[in-house]
Write a protein that binds this ligand. Structure first.
Ligand SMILES: Nc1ncnc2c1ncn2[C@@H]1O[C@H](COP(=O)(O)OP(=O)(O)O)[C@@H](O)[C@H]1O
Ligand SMILES: [Mg+2]
Length: 377
């Protein structure tokens, strides 16, 4: 159980490179926080400053109400799991997991109970007698996580703990981490460049780019209400489609023009765009692959008959439960997610109707989402 606050935390490396800028975040007790962003955006640097492995250049780090900038790592009562986990090669799995508790002079029967219980939860209880050399990569990683969890750290820091695992194991471990978080009440700070991990595990996601926080919000909010084009494009798979559009008004009707296609803007949306000064600016229309629908599948009464987009289909990707069509809309790469019953083949051109209630509009210059809802909390 721990709460952590970072106040205007910055990191400038000795070579003058500023890796983290004005980082502000309050992590609540028991929260699962995930830092996500492209490689090199400062995730590990921030994590290492929390751990005490990297000096904080300026700003304050508070752990449980105590200023922690100058505490040694060992005084911070936290545990870390890295991508390159370390196990003692000459100790059995059991001994590896028990080691931290032995060092802290925990009673033998208590150690035994904790190790076995944690091993059961991580499904490594049948491996307790083995040496690390006799384990697969995934099993080693579980042991590494297990040897941290037995100590029930109040603050658990994990830097890309799953990135060495294959896809199947990664998704299993994702589920296990979610369970672990429900079982233990540890506060978890977790770093990944994998937006799927972020979306499935986090209570709140911190999206970073070039050392700066772009947005802090729940997965749901990040997905539906991204603050800018970067966040919108980074979160979601396949990514959101982006089309340069011109906005205008004709006979009192507002529209977006993408190439040859014209989309009518519903009145309420037009008002919001107007309030944001969006008309007359260069805009980027953002629409997720699942928010584009086949024209013939739309009923006229759906209230979304305000125009369509032509897509030239180049690749069809059948995924079983859905089909992805990749191609071009108004000269831009685009992707649409449709029902597998759709028989469209590469080479065809299809008419797609965007769900205008789901669209995003970005200022082409700043990337800012004009339709971002700033929520009071
Ligand atoms: N010791 C260092 N000296 C100078 N620059 C560094 C050092 N460590 C990391 N960096 C740079 O800081 C930036 C952020 O690195 P890092 O926090 O590791 O990114 P991430 O974990 O998001 O991939 C990168 O551009 C990296 O090259
Ligand atoms: Mg890193």
């Amino acid at each position: 159980m721990a709460n952590v606050s970072l106040v205007n935390v910055e990191k400038t490396y000795p070579n003058g490179f500023q890796a983290v800028k004005r980082f502000n975040l309050d992590i609540r007790d028991g929260e699962f926080i995930i830092f996500v962003g492209p490689s090199g955006c400062g995730k590990s640097t921030t994590m290492r400053m929390i751990a005490g492995l990297e000096e904080i250049s300026s700003g304050e780090l508070w752990i449980d109400g105590q200023l922690a900038n100058f505490l040694e790592p060992g005084q911070r009562e936290l545990s870390m799991v890295f991508q390159n986990y370390a196990l003692y090669p000459y100790m059995s799995v059991y001994e590896n997991m028990a080691f931290g508790l032995r060092v802290h002079k925990v009673e033998r029967s208590e150690i035994d109970r904790k190790v076995r219980e944690t091993a059961r939860m991580l499904q490594i209880d049948h491996l307790l007698d083995r040496r690390p050399a006799a384990l697969s990569g995934g099993q080693k990683q579980r042991v590494a996580i297990g040897s941290v969890l037995v100590r029930e750290p109040k603050l658990l820091l994990m830097d890309e703990p799953l990135s060495n695992l294959d896809a199947k194991l990664r998704s299993q471990m994702r589920e296990e981490l979610a369970k672990i978080h429900r079982r233990f009440s540890s506060t978890i700070v977790y770093v990944t460049h994998d937006q799927v991990e972020a979306m499935t595990l986090a209570d709140r996601i911190v999206v970073m780019k070039e050392g700066e926080i772009q947005q802090i919000a729940s997965p749901n909010e990040i997905y539906n209400n991204p603050v800018n084009q970067f966040v919108a494009g980074f979160i979601g798979s396949p990514s959101m489609n982006f089309l340069p559009v011109r906005s205008g008004v004709e006979n009192g009707n507002y529209f977006l023009q993408a190439g040859e296609s014209r989309l009518a803007i519903p009145a309420l949306l037009a008002k919001r765009i107007k309030d944001q000064g969006g008309f007359g600016k260069e805009l980027i229309l953002g629409i997720r692959p699942e928010d584009l629908h086949r024209k013939k599948e739309m009923s006229e009464s759906a209230g979304q008959t305000g125009g369509e987009l032509q897509m030239k289909v180049m690749v069809r990707e059948g995924l079983g439960a859905e089909v992805l069509l990749h191609g071009e809309i108004a000269g831009e790469n685009a992707c649409v997610k449709l029902d597998p019953s759709c028989g469209t083949r590469p080479g065809e051109t299809i008419a797609l109707v965007p769900d205008m209630t789901k669209i995003k509009l970005f200022d082409a210059q700043t990337g800012e989402n004009l339709l971002y809802l700033s929520l009071k909390r």
